[in-house]
Design a protein around this ligand. Structure first.
Ligand code: AHG
Ligand code: MN
Ligand code: MN
Length: 333
């Protein structure tokens, strides 16, 4: 069988007119950074990368050493190539325009360098999530306002999952494509063409410890799933919760399911748990491109007009019929 590398895949996408040379370079650079992050993640205690960094990020969350390492790798890999105008990261409060000693390109890159940080020290899958926007023309130096574009404006999105294998999943709008890292060769191989999410599922993912804070539509939906064969759904459902969004979403892209981090009473003031611009939007683009759906419970995630870089939103995504049902429950009540 002919092994197609990520590089070949991207060149073929460019030939089909699905991406330009600069977006292709951006994808290559992100993939290179992902490989470097994978090396660090997989060394674990041997490289002294576990544990706390001793600092807090903009969200007031304690940073792990790997949060900081992954962030530094992504910034250093991307700032000199000439493909970006600016970057934004979960771990950095302000946007980061490309320094003036490097050429400035036309794209904005946003990322969650290490998703699922609470799983680092216990050797459970973590990942990286990224979103690509076009920088509006006109400003000499990009500002935060340039990033305030709805998810529908994303030109590409992707994530990597550092699990038993390292995988990279990406979309430029034309289907969702998965690659597996061949560690000996050091290259990503195209192993999962055209990933799709089945419309129906018997599997759901939610942090059930928050149940007492959920709104009535979520209480209703989950209790119907839990009632199984004897309940209104007349079948049994299974539950999984990795607590790494990348791993939960990757499972859904592989075999279907619904993932929810809904609004709840303790997160009302902050708007939800997950971050719109570098968690919800890229995952929503991928999920929709794979035939699934993604809403806040009330509206399509990709249609939200962002107002803040680190804005949070409720998230319901995955198999279309389940997401539509949850959204209907919210909008009926
Ligand atoms: P991060 O590690 O980037 O802060 O993101 C963690 C997120 C997401 O990956 C996961 O689904 C969720 O937080 C888990 O939250 P709980 O610990 O509340 O279950
Ligand atoms: Mn995250
Ligand atoms: Mn993170």
């Amino acid at each position: 069988m002919r092994r197609v590398t990520l590089t070949q895949f991207l060149i073929e996408q460019q030939r089909k007119g699905l991406m330009g040379a600069d977006l292709r370079l951006l994808m290559e650079v992100v993939a290179r950074a992902v490989k470097a992050i994978a090396v660090n993640v997989s060394k674990g205690a041997l490289a002294d990368v576990l544990g706390e960094a001793g600092s807090d990020n903009v969200q007031g969350e304690a940073q792990k050493k790997l949060d900081v390492i992954a962030n530094d790798i992504l910034i250093q890999a991307n700032e000199w190539g000439g493909h970006l105008a600016a970057m934004a990261s979960e771990e950095v409060e302000e946007i980061r325009p490309i320094p003036s000693d490097y050429p400035r390109g036309g794209f904005l890159l946003l990322f969650d360098p290490l998703d699922g940080s609470s799983n680092i020290d216990v050797n459970i899958s973590v990942g990286t999530i990224f979103s690509v926007l076009k920088c509006p023309e006109g400003n000499a130096v990009p500002t935060e306002a340039d990033f305030m574009q709805p998810g529908t404006s994303q030109v590409a999105a992707g994530y990597s999952v550092y699990g038993p294998a390292t995988q990279l999943v990406l979309t430029v709008g034309d289907g969702v494509h998965g690659f597996t890292l061949d560690r000996e060769m050091g290259s990503f191989i195209y192993t999962h063409p055209n990933m799709t999410i089945p419309e129906d599922t018997k599997e759901y993912a939610i942090n059930a410890s928050n149940q007492r804070y959920w709104e009535p539509p979520v209480q209703r939906y989950i209790s119907e799933l839990q009632a199984g064969k004897e309940g209104p759904r007349e079948r049994d459902f299974n539950m999984r919760w990795v607590a790494s969004m990348v791993a939960d979403v990757h499972r859904i892209l592989t075999r279907g399911g619904v993932f929810m981090y809904p609004m709840d009473s303790k997160m009302q003031a902050q708007g939800g748990k997950l971050r719109l611009m570098y968690e919800a939007n890229p995952m929503a683009m991928i999920v929709e491109a794979a035939g699934g759906a993604a809403t806040t419970g009330r509206e399509r995630i990709l249609s939200i007009q962002p107002t803040k870089l680190h804005q949070r939103v409720p998230v319901v995504l995955g198999s279309k019929n389940e997401v539509e049902r949850v959204t209907r429950y919210h909008n009926e009540g």
